[in-house]
Ligand binder design. Structure first.
Ligand SMILES: *Cc1c(COP(=O)(O)O)cnc(C)c1O
Length: 357
């Protein structure tokens, strides 16, 4: 059976060896040794100034929206994982959807300004499949209208845009280290910002608002990453470059064996050093997608319909039409992409797809 992704597990002895330190220190929570070590290593690996490690990739979105959203209107993309929209609603803000670009699949920056109202507080856009949004134009629009910019960069481990970590764009970026993501800590996530003051505000909010043992800066919640998660992260981090290299190899096999007749790939924005985290293909019609999905499933291959449905169709948001996002969500599927996928498996998947056209 071949699934859309496969969780990379490090050799168990290596995780055990890291866990030994917990037994030694007897500290399993609250910014222990492993947490601090992972934070330091990620800061270096990702070339960012400030990183806060969290229990998952959704809490950073909630904290950012709670701090900067002001229960206002949030300009956002309808083509992302559900957490992007649900966090907005959860934090009592209102999602205002702006349709996506048909090739890049990121929010269409040309349509942002017409969606801004006096109630708009923030732009929350997703670098979907690790493909950077048009960060320069979004920055300009945000400055002009005094809006904050938050990027859901859940898919962006290791990505650079114009030689800079993609996490360095916008006021802050969030990331997910969930087991299905390229780099993982089991469950886990992070928030990243260049802004020192914002970093301090985010930091105390992710730790109950503590300013020392007995004082509080203000309202906070618990979003801390545990030592067990950090230990998994340290074990996986040693392999992340080889995971990316293997993903690249698999993506190149797909590029080679697929005929791209009746379906296409989204475009990656120029000046991007990508991480090969997903292999999405967009079919000419939803019928063709369903036919191919059925055929692959019969052969025990399980691609996944990322992202479906278009988020403007969720039952808890005000219904609006988002033409390109809806068409895309109906026709897009991510093909299996894992560190250990073999060339003959990719070749067989491609043969099945090509034979359906
Ligand atoms: C995975 C993901 C999240 C949520 O991350 P969790 O770690 O599962 O909470 C948020 N946004 C996007 C775009 C994602 O893909």
């Amino acid at each position: 059976m071949i699934n859309v992704t496969k969780t990379f597990l490090p050799p168990k002895e290596e995780y055990d060896r890291i866990l030994e330190e917990i037994w030694h220190s007897n500290q399993i929570a609250n910014g222990g040794k492993l947490h601090l070590e992972l934070r330091k290593k990620l800061k270096e690996r990702l070339e960012v100034d400030n990183i806060i490690l969290t229990a998952n990739g959704t809490l950073p979105l909630q904290i950012a929206l709670n701090l900067l959203g002001d229960e206002g209107e949030i300009i956002t993309t309808p083509f992302s994982y559900v957490a992007t929209t649900s966090s907005i609603v959860w934090e009592k803000c209102t999602p205002v959807f702006v349709d996506i670009h048909p090739d890049f699949l990121t929010i269409d920056e040309k349509k942002i300004e017409e969606a801004i109202t006096p109630r708009t507080t923030l732009i929350l856009a997703t670098h979907v499949f690790g493909n950077p949004c048009n960060v320069e134009i979004i920055e300009k629009i945000a400055r002009k209208h005094s809006l904050k910019v938050v990027y859901d960069a859940a898919h962006c481990f290791g990505i650079k845009y114009k030689k800079q970590s993609i996490f360095n764009y916008g006021d802050l970026s969030t990331c997910s280290f969930h087991a299905t993501k390229l780099f993982h800590t089991g469950e886990g996530g992070a928030m990243i910002t260049k802004d020192e003051k914002l970093y301090q505000q985010l930091f105390y909010r992710h730790n109950f608002g503590h300013a020392g043992e007995l004082a509080y800066y203000g309202l906070g919640i618990n979003a801390k990453m545990s030592e067990l998660q950090a230990g998994m992260g340290l074990a996986v981090l040693q392999y992340v470059d080889s995971i990316i290299a293997n993903h690249k190899k698999v993506a190149e096999w797909y590029d080679f064996y697929l005929k791209f007749n009746g379906y296409r790939k989204p475009s990656i924005r120029k000046f991007t050093e990508w991480n090969y985290s997903y292999y999405p293909v967009i079919f000419e019609s939803a019928q063709l997608l369903l036919k191919i999905q059925k055929k692959l499933n019969e052969n025990r291959v399980f691609p996944r319909r990322y992202f479906y449905p278009s988020l403007n169709k969720l039952p808890y948001v005000t219904a609006v039409k988002m033409e390109i996002s809806e068409i895309t969500a109906d026709r897009i599927m991510c093909l299996p992409l894992a560190f250990d996928l073999q060339e003959k498996e990719v070749k067989e998947i491609c043969r099945i797809i090509n034979s359906c056209i």
